[in-house]
Design a protein around this ligand. Structure first.
Ligand SMILES: O=C1O[C@H](CS(=O)(=O)O)[C@@H](O)[C@H](O)[C@H]1O
Length: 296
């Protein structure tokens, strides 16, 4: 049974909010609307509205780098220098694509040693033609293939585990992880939503400082919290069906932010869930970990 707890942080009607990332240095939350090619930047302590910066392509995810963000745009990976939009430099142009035609970047994040990991999504969201890549020396190295929708990427605080999901499978896998080389072991089934009778599919996630894995359940109208041993601990409901990804932020890293989507709602759905597409937040007891910065 899901507890309530989330409040609207910023009332928006995003099509596909995703990739929230908190910068400790700038006390700013960044996130994207993938479908609209927009990056949001918001300082919750400032009492101002978020700024929205528009780009000419879909943006699957973002990560922090020195003086800016890395953005996985449809044509490649770019470095965007602060103030956002002022300077764009290609980091990976025309990536060597191991994917099906038309696939796009999706969920990604920086590992604790400063490498960017980014997955893709099958264009029709139904064929296993997507890939999980790691950025190494300016190249995207394929690390897992035969994925349909790469999601849920996160690392345990002791750096021993990489978590990942292929959303339609409703299972979250973990892989032994070597932070010094970026090597990942064989997949180990870790969480199966069927076994916990949980709704929706696992989407974006983040791990807190105690090693709990907080995962947005797309289509399930909730964020679920799992212990390091894979036990379901609690779920927190949202007033809209499609939460997409979570991030810890705020000055004490004890505010959990969650992005949401409207892309699969028809007119009746939009009327029924007027807060869909907003950014939500909830206070939590175990803080998150500072988001690492991609080393370029
Ligand atoms: O990451 C994404 O997830 C959603 C739904 S799902 O969780 O993968 O089922 C997908 O529709 C969206 O386009 C994608 O970015």
């Amino acid at each position: 049974m899901a507890e309530s707890g989330f409040d609207v942080a910023v009332n928006l009607q995003m099509s596909l909010g995703e990739s929230p990332v908190w910068s400790v240095e700038r006390q700013t939350l960044y996130w994207v609307d993938i479908n609209r090619g927009r990056i949001y930047a918001w300082q919750p302590a400032s009492d101002t509205l978020p700024a929205g910066i528009d780009f000419d392509a879909k943006i699957g995810c973002i990560a922090l780098c020195e003086d800016g963000l890395l953005a996985a745009l449809s044509p490649g990976i770019e470095r965007l220098t602060f103030p956002l939009g002022s300077r764009r430099e290609p980091v990976v142009e025309n990536p060597e694509w191991h994917d099906g035609e038309g696939n796009r970047f999706n969920d990604g994040r920086c590992d604790p040693a400063g490498r960017l990991w980014v997955g893709t999504l099958a264009v029709d969201e139904s064929k296993p033609s997507a890939t999980l890549y790691c950025l190494e020396d300016g190249r995207l190295v394929p690390c897992r293939s035969d994925v349909t929708i790469a999601n849920g990427l996160a690392f345990s605080p002791d750096r021993r585990w990489l978590y990942h999901t292929d959303s339609p499978t409703r299972r979250i896998m973990r892989y032994a992880f070597d932070a010094s080389t970026g090597g990942m072991g064989e997949p180990e089934p870790w969480v199966d939503l069927d076994a916990h009778d949980l709704p929706g599919v696992p989407d974006g996630a983040a791990v807190d400082s105690e090693g709990n894995y907080w995962c947005a359940l797309y289509g399930g109208a909730q964020v679920a919290k799992f212990a390091e041993d894979g036990r379901w601990l609690q779920s927190y409901s949202l007033p809209c069906p499609d939460p997409t990804m979570v991030a810890f932020g705020g000055s004490d890293l004890k505010t959990l932010y969650v992005t949401t989507a409207t892309q699969h709602l028809d007119e009746a759905g939009l009327a029924r869930y007027p807060l869909a597409g907003s950014l939500f937040s909830m206070r939590v007891t175990s803080p998150g970990l500072p988001e690492p910065i991609v080393a370029l």
